[in-house]
Design a protein around this ligand. Structure first.
Ligand SMILES: [Zn+2]
Length: 499
């Protein structure tokens, strides 16, 4: 039987269509593009078809029901068995495997035992209170207050440095609801004092242990060489002391120009060494330089609360460079000018410095306020007497800070720029008065030199002589001796171990 030619067998659709009589259904397209021809008859038919299909799908869909996993709840023993073999997350109390029942040997505990004592350290912060430190460490408020009172009786709180570390031992407590009692506290209250608080027969006792301190000052001498700083560092001087030394010497000479390589520097620094080994380096107290025959000796000396470098003869350094009281623009100098308000030529007796309202005004030099308040056309006005017949005056302030009779130091704020009195805008009118006459503040270089006399000069000379008796390196000598002794004993130990 010959295979039928491809054209002989009609396709299924064609066959079907050929059976259906040609009618108006012939071109019926059930799949309508709902995006095109929106609103037309075809579109509505397509939309209806879609709705009918979706509706019938929804109606015919089976409902979702939970399938019961366990028909009967387990007995308790069964549940234990099942649980013993199941793997449960620990969070849900997983305990796989069979468990032994507790025997008589097991004693149930009401609670876990506490450590009998706790050792901890606490640090005293800046502006911190002793009782607060203790309370942070867990001490009861009452006991902390008692301890703080006990300690501040022995040492003023201000003497104890911030950053001091305390070793605290807290003891056993009767139950967990109360804080632990303090058993011991020990700390270095001062460089030369150790404090220990211990509980003896239930009561706290304070024990003060003095630490011997050798306060021989540290003297360092040496040749200047190519660099004073490097030579002094090499000789063991602390950097801060060298800087202070250079500043001190700089008040009398130019360090770069006047000091040659052959000069000998000599500095004495406050130095304290505790027997426990710690050292403390303080301020530079003496600065000397020997340049051949010429020798300069400077001793730090306090006059009226101000530290200054005095020469061996008792002459202090020159002071009194005045500073401008306000940062601002100079709008009017000293001399004759046409007055901005009065309109005629008139002497202008000071400097006008324009600055914003509220700019701080600083004392040009230290002195005593001898006028503070309203002064006619000057408005709010302050006058400061600097001694040696020199005064400075500040006018038109918006607010005065310095009160009459008070001492002010150079740079201290005495008021704020304003426009009170006869003034056209915020500015400072600044005057300098020498022996009652107003002079140009810019023309005066105002210097003063302190000079020690009488008993103070005696004390000064004694102090200087005592200092100069200190041998260079004496402060370190004993430490070196001790270190040498340590090395020697170590060597002996090693030798004994070898033999
Ligand atoms: Zn003026």
């Amino acid at each position: 039987m010959p295979a039928p030619a491809p054209g002989d067998t009609p396709k299924f659709g064609e066959a079907l269509r050929s059976k259906i009589p040609v009618s108006r259904w012939a071109d019926l397209d059930l799949v309508v593009d709902l995006g095109a021809q929106v609103g037309s008859r075809t579109w509505w038919r397509g939309a209806l078809t879609c709705a009918v299909l979706c509706g019938s799908t929804f109606l015919l869909a089976p409902s979702v029901e939970a399938i019961p996993a366990m028909v009967e709840p387990m007995e308790e023993t069964q549940w234990d068995e099942a649980r013993a073999q199941a793997i449960t997350p620990l969070a849900f109390g997983g305990d796989t495997g069979r468990r032994m029942a507790a025997t008589d040997a097991v004693e149930p505990l009401a609670g876990t035992p506490e450590r009998p004592r706790i050792e901890l350290t606490a640090t005293l912060g800046r502006g911190d209170g002793f009782d607060r430190v203790l309370q942070r460490a867990g001490v009861a408020p009452d006991e902390a207050t008692e301890l703080a009172a006990m300690i501040s009786d022995a040492v003023p709180m201000d003497d104890i440095r911030p950053g001091t570390i305390m070793n605290i031992v807290l003891g056993r407590r009767p139950n967990r609801t109360v804080p632990r009692p303090v058993d011991e506290i020990a700390f270095r209250a001062r460089f030369d004092l150790k404090l220990e608080v211990a509980r003896v027969d239930g009561a706290l006792r304070l024990n003060q242990i003095a630490i011997a301190v050798d306060d021989t000052p540290l003297r360092i001498r040496g040749r200047v060489g190519s660099s004073l700083y490097r030579s002094a560092r090499a000789a063991g001087a602390p950097p801060a002391a060298i800087q202070a030394y250079l500043r001190a010497i700089g008040t009398r000479m130019s360090v770069n120009r006047d000091i040659g390589a052959d000069a000998t520097f000599d500095m004495i620094v406050e130095h304290r060494r505790a027997e426990t080994g710690e050292t403390e380096i303080g301020r530079l107290v003496y600065a000397g330089i020997e340049r051949g025959e010429r020798e300069t000796q400077l001793l730090r000396w306090s006059v009226g609360g101000d530290d200054q470098w005095f020469e061996a003869s008792g002459v202090g350094q020159q002071t009194g460079q005045m500073l401008m009281p306000v940062n601002g623009r100079l709008t009017s100098g000293f001399g004759y000018r046409r007055h901005p308000i009065l309109g005629y030529r008139r002497m202008h007796t000071g400097l006008d410095i324009a600055a914003g309202r509220g700019t701080p005004i600083r004392a040009a030099a230290s002195g005593t306020v001898n006028f503070s308040g309203r002064n006619r056309g000057y408005g709010n006005y302050v006058r400061i007497s600097h001694g040696s017949g020199i005064q400075t005056a500040y006018a038109h302030m918006s607010r005065i800070v310095a009160s009459n009779g008070s001492r002010v130091s150079q740079g201290q704020i005495i008021g704020y720029v304003g426009s009170t009195g006869m003034s056209t805008g915020p500015h400072l009118h600044y005057e300098l008065i020498r022996n009652g006459r107003k002079v140009d503040p810019r023309s005066v270089s105002f210097t003063r030199q302190a000079r020690l006399t009488g008993r103070e000069l005696q004390r000064f000379r004694t102090t200087l002589a005592n200092l100069l008796e200190v041998e260079p390196g004496a402060a370190l000598a004993r430490r070196e001796e001790r270190e040498e002794a340590e090395v020697a004993s170590n060597n002996r130990r090693i030798e004994r171990a070898r033999s």
